[in-house]
Design a protein around this ligand. Structure first.
Ligand SMILES: [Zn+2]
Length: 246
C-alpha cells in the first residue's frame, strides 16, 4: 500500500490535481481524483477505475441495453471493469494471454486465450469488451475476425485503444517468421501504478481503426464519447460495433 502511495505521489502533476464527487458508472457514488492529465491519471477512489474504465462503464450503461441478460466476455481477469461486468451481466467469461499456457486451459483459475485464435465456439457471447489490448496483438485484423466469430448475431463489441489523434494507424512492429521486427523505436505500455515491465505496442491507432473493425465484418462501427461529471475527467473515446442480427 505504501509503495502504491509512493508511486501515486510520483505521478502528481502540479496544476492538474483535482478532486470531485463522482457518480461512478462502475461502482456508484464516489470521488474522482486527478493526479495528472494522462489516461491513468484519474482514479475513482472507491473502485480504482481509471478514466479508461470509467469511459467503458459509462458507454456500457448508455449504449448496451439489458446488460443483465447478456453473456459477456472480457479479455482481462481482474480490475474494476471485470468487477462491474460480474455484477451487471448474466454471465461473465474472463481470460488473459499467459505465455507458455495451453490456449483454452487455466492457470491459477485464469483461462488463457490468444485473441488471434480463441478457443471458444462460434456465437458464444452477446457482449465482448477489452481495454488497451488490441495494440499489443501482432495480427489485429485476425483478432477482430475472431471476436466477430465468437459473438452471437446482434452481439456488441466495445473496446478502447490508445489513439494518437491523427487519421492513419502507424505500424510500429510486426511478426515475420515468428520473430518481432521493429519498424519504429519500440514503445512499451504499462499502467504506471502497477509493477512490471511494459508490453510492446505493435501500432499506434489512428481514427481509421473504424475501417479495420468494419473489415472484420462488424456493422454500426463508431466512436462513443461518454461524458460524466466532473468535466475535467475528459474520458477517452471508446469504440462500439455490432454483429449483424441475421
Ligand atoms: Zn468507481
Amino acid at each position: 500500500m505504501l509503495r502504491r502511495l509512493r508511486k501515486a505521489w510520483g505521478q502528481v502533476e502540479v496544476g492538474a490535481l483535482a478532486l470531485g464527487t463522482l457518480a461512478c458508472p462502475l461502482c456508484g457514488p464516489s470521488l474522482a481524483l486527478r493526479l495528472n492529465r494522462s489516461d491513468h491519471g484519474v482514479r475513482c477512489l472507491r473502485c480504482a477505475g481509471s478514466s479508461i474504465h470509467l469511459a467503458m462503464g459509462a458507454s456500457l450503461r448508455a449504449r448496451v441495453p439489458d446488460l443483465a441478460r447478456l453473456d459477456a466476455y472480457e479479455l482481462s481477469a481482474r480490475g474494476p471493469l471485470v468487477a462491474f461486468l460480474r455484477r451487471a451481466t448474466h454471465s461473465l467469461q474472463v481470460s488473459e494471454f499467459l505465455p507458455d499456457v495451453a490456449l483454452g486451459s487455466e492457470l491459477g483459475g485464469i483461462r488463457c486465450e490468444d485473441m488471434q485464435q480463441l478457443s471458444f465456439a462460434d456465437a458464444s457471447f452477446d457482449l465482448i469488451t477489452h481495454t488497451e489490448v488490441l495494440e499489443h496483438v501482432p495480427d489485429d485484423r485476425r483478432a477482430l475476425a475472431e471476436l466477430h466469430r465468437v459473438l452471437r448475431a446482434g452481439g456488441i463489441l466495445m473496446f478502447s485503444v490508445p489513439m494518437h489523434g491523427g487519421d492513419v494507424t502507424i505500424e510500429r512492429a510486426c511478426l515475420r517468421d515468428g520473430r518481432i521486427e521493429h519498424l519504429l523505436t519500440p514503445v512499451f505500455h504499462g499502467d504506471p501504478l502497477r509493477d512490471g515491465a511494459g508490453i510492446l505496442a505493435f501500432r499506434d491507432y489512428g481514427r481509421d481503426i473504424l475501417e479495420r473493425v468494419r473489415a472484420a465484418g462488424f456493422e454500426h462501427v463508431e466512436f462513443c464519447a461518454p461524458q460524466i461529471a466532473p468535466a475535467w475527467l475528459a474520458l477517452r473515446e471508446v469504440i462500439i460495433a455490432c454483429k449483424a442480427s441475421t
